[in-house]
Design a protein around this ligand. Structure first.
Ligand SMILES: O=P(O)(O)O[C@@H]1[C@@H](OP(=O)(O)O)[C@H](OP(=O)(O)O)[C@H](O)[C@H](OP(=O)(O)O)[C@H]1OP(=O)(O)O
Ligand SMILES: Nc1ncnc2c1ncn2[C@@H]1O[C@H](COP(=O)(O)OP(=O)(O)OP(=O)(O)O)[C@@H](O)[C@H]1O
Length: 489
């Protein structure tokens, strides 16, 4: 970044999560991603710099190996002038959703500079064409089968579906989403279609749609959808059905949304852009270890019972969902099996605090760190080394459970000579696409006790709310019986 040329008016608020705030540049295809901290957390400039470098190294040396060169953009750490930062911080403040303002944008002088993933990555010369980008935060796509699990419900209902009950009870969302990650990760087109349709209907923070880099659909935290689904279809129609006029009338929005879902499914299952070395160097984790459907899924139960829908996963090796799921499945012990190992390490560190570095708990994230992740053995020899390896694998898995997939699409022109792997054909048109994964910051070691508590909170709340639902159904049934009895009399 050329310090003297930094003008806050060229940057605008783009979005934020719990840990970072993103601004995008008006002309060039880049974003700045800033860390966020609670006001009472005083981080030195050096600490921020180190933290950002760790994020970069982790993306570059670890997640690229798992997910593939093409999908991961590690960016670069940039130093920014303090007066620019102060003005930028003031400028974006009014755009920030209230629910995110508990934390403040870090203005100590460093940020990550990344490609703007809502634009096409591989084809910058196509900038002038319309671009739609769909961001999906799929969450955990498998049901754990670890022997350490103490609550049987965790082997039947996925964490996302259980968590929905707690989120609605706490007022984070108004309604329970019918999206279930296991449907999306199933590889079965019907189930994937169902999952994507539910994401469109109840997006929460799991789906966003950008048009030419601007957020047009999805929940911006405390606001509802920007557009409703019919309005979204209106935006998409000329894009998906360029020979307009072919479809109109009341069926139109449905047809457009179906087409979008069809394209997304094709991209998510596409394995032709696979460049990850991981498939060769990482031992393969069998996807069929646990059950591959969730009993809380709203996908038609009759169809679920049919064998071809529930049998081994249909995810093609190398597609983005497959890679993400493989990384998620590094959590082989579940937090219930992991927590005692965390305590083992904590006890050891109490005695030998200087050993923290040897255990690589704070990096460096390099080849040695990656090598340790490859050991999938589950034979606990009681050692610190075993515990540390499982902890690192768990942290990587949690990162993959919380990342987002960005799919950018732009129409092609017939005579264009493009790499066929980048072209997605639909019934009515064809698109150049790029797929990226974002938010690949390694989850902190210190978070493990919090994860442990949250896991039991989610499960206990789910069990309580299901019991309450059953009780009220039974009560209703009883009152119906009484009414019948009364009528008989
Ligand atoms: O625990 P979860 O599944 O609720 O995930 C948290 C996310 O909530 P979600 O359920 O996706 O709305 C949460 O997202 P939101 O803030 O709710 O948008 C964060 O991504 C959080 O990660 P971190 O603490 O910022 O590193 C996520 O925490 P981690 O569990 O990944 O640490
Ligand atoms: N490189 C990028 N290009 C375009 N948009 C981006 C980019 N990075 C982040 N964003 C947008 O900014 C939002 C917030 O970024 P990000 O998910 O990294 O924040 P976070 O605080 O780490 O999230 P979380 O709450 O999951 O911890 C994303 O959901 C995405 O819409």
């Amino acid at each position: 970044m050329e310090s003297e040329k930094m003008d806050e008016n060229e940057w605008s608020y783009h979005g934020e999560g719990n840990k970072s705030l993103v601004v995008s540049h008006a002309q060039s295809c880049v974003v700045l991603r800033f860390l966020k901290f609670l006001p009472n957390i005083n981080k030195s400039t050096e600490e921020v710099y180190q933290h950002l470098h760790n994020i970069l190294d982790f993306g570059k040396h670890i997640m690229k190996q798992f997910l593939g060169e093409n999908y991961v953009h590690h960016g670069e750490v940039v130093k920014l002038p303090l007066d620019f930062l102060k003005r930028l911080c003031l400028k974006v403040q009014s755009e920030r959703p209230e629910s995110r303002c508990e934390k403040e944008m870090d203005v100590s002088g460093y940020a990550m500079c990344l490609p703007n993933l809502t634009r096409l990555q591989t084809f910058p010369f196509l900038e002038c064409r319309p671009i739609f980008c769909i961001e999906i935060k799929p969450k955990c796509g498998f049901i754990p089968s670890s022997a350490h699990i103490t609550k049987e419900i965790k082997k039947k209902i996925c964490r996302f579906c259980m968590h929905q009950h707690l989120k609605v009870a706490k007022g984070k969302w108004k309604r329970i989403s019918k999206y279930c990650p296991l449907d999306l990760f199933s590889g079965n087109k019907q189930r994937m279609h169902f999952a994507l349709m539910n994401l469109l209907q109840e997006s929460q923070n799991n789906l966003k749609i950008f048009k030419n880099g601007e957020l047009i659909y999805g929940c911006r935290d405390d606001q509802e959808h920007f557009l409703d689904i019919n309005e979204l279809a209106h935006h998409l129609k000329p894009f998906l059905f360029p020979a307009s006029g072919l479809i109109s009338g009341p069926q139109c929005p449905k047809t457009v949304v179906k087409e979008l879902i069809h394209i997304l499914t094709t991209v998510l299952l596409n394995n032709s852009t696979d460049t990850a070395r991981a498939a060769n160097i990482m031992p393969f984790i069998p996807l069929s270890q646990g059950r591959n459907y969730c009993e809380a899924s709203h996908f038609c139960p009759d169809l679920l019972n049919s064998k071809h829908v529930t049998e081994a996963t249909g995810l093609p090796k190398g597609c983005i969902l497959y890679k993400t799921l493989q990384a998620q499945m590094l959590d082989m012990l579940d937090i219930e099996g992991l927590y005692p190992l965390y305590k083992r390490v904590e006890k050891y560190l109490e005695e030998f605090p200087e050993e923290r570095g040897t255990l690589l708990l704070d990096g460096p994230y390099d080849e040695t760190f990656f090598e340790k992740l490859k050991d999938l053995s589950l034979e606990d020899d009681g050692s610190i080394s075993y515990a540390a390896t499982k902890i690192q694998q768990y942290r990587v898995a949690m990162t993959a459970k919380d990342c987002s997939i960005m799919i950018a699409l732009s129409p092609t022109v017939q005579e264009e000579c493009l790499d066929p792997r980048s072209v997605i054909r639909s019934s009515k048109s064809s698109f150049i696409h790029s797929v990226s994964i974002l938010d690949l910051d390694l989850k902190p070691y210190e978070n493990i006790p919090h994860q442990y508590k949250r896991d039991s909170k989610i499960v206990n709340h789910y069990l309580k709310s299901i019991k309450a639902q059953e009780d009220s159904i039974n009560l209703y049934k009883k009152s119906e019986d009484c009414t019948l009895l009364l009528q008989k009399v």
